[in-house]
Design a protein around this ligand. Structure first.
Ligand code: HEC
Length: 127
């Protein structure tokens, strides 16, 4: 009988450890969309249109950087962009959907975030 109790104890201890292990796994995050090499990513065609969601606040007045058409490129390169390194660029890191400093009621989707990251990875050209 004692043996049985031990078995149950050891068994449940094992189960507890097992479940803790799984609790500590990171929450699943949305993977970014894969953008194929042959797909061009253009600042004017792909990135600036995303910023139309931002300019109610990023209007050169209320919040930096100024993301209005005509101003955005100079406002973000080089201050918010490390050319060739999207992952570590503030523009990517702080966009809604990543760690934007305030809740804006929406997030960029995996396609939009991937476009921003890829555009920077490829050199952040004014293309
Ligand atoms: C509802 C208003 C609002 C919207 C919409 C908004 N932002 Fe912001 N954003 C802010 C505020 C406020 C800050 C903090 C500004 C500061 O610290 O000067 C901020 C900060 C940032 C920063 C960091 C700036 C810094 O200097 O640290 C980035 C990058 C940024 N926003 C990108 C975006 C992008 C990209 C979008 C659109 C997809 C967007 N934001 C939409 C209000 C907004």
């Amino acid at each position: 009988m004692k043996k049985l109790l031990q078995l149950v104890l050891v068994g449940s201890l094992g189960l507890m450890c097992f479940s803790c292990y799984y609790d500590e796994l990171p929450e699943e995050t949305d993977a970014l969309t894969e953008i194929p090499d042959e797909q061009e990513v253009s600042f004017s065609q792909d990135i600036q249109p995303i910023f139309s969601k931002c300019t109610q606040c990023h209007d050169g007045n209320q919040a930096n950087p100024d993301l209005r058409e005509g101003n955005a490129y100079d406002a973000i390169v080089p201050d918010y962009v490390i050319e060739g390194d999207g992952e570590n660029s503030e523009l990517f890191q702080k966009s809604p959907g990543n760690n934007h400093p305030v809740d804006v009621g929406f997030v960029l989707n995996a396609d939009e975030l991937a476009l921003i990251k890829t555009w920077i990875d490829r050199g952040a050209d004014n293309n």
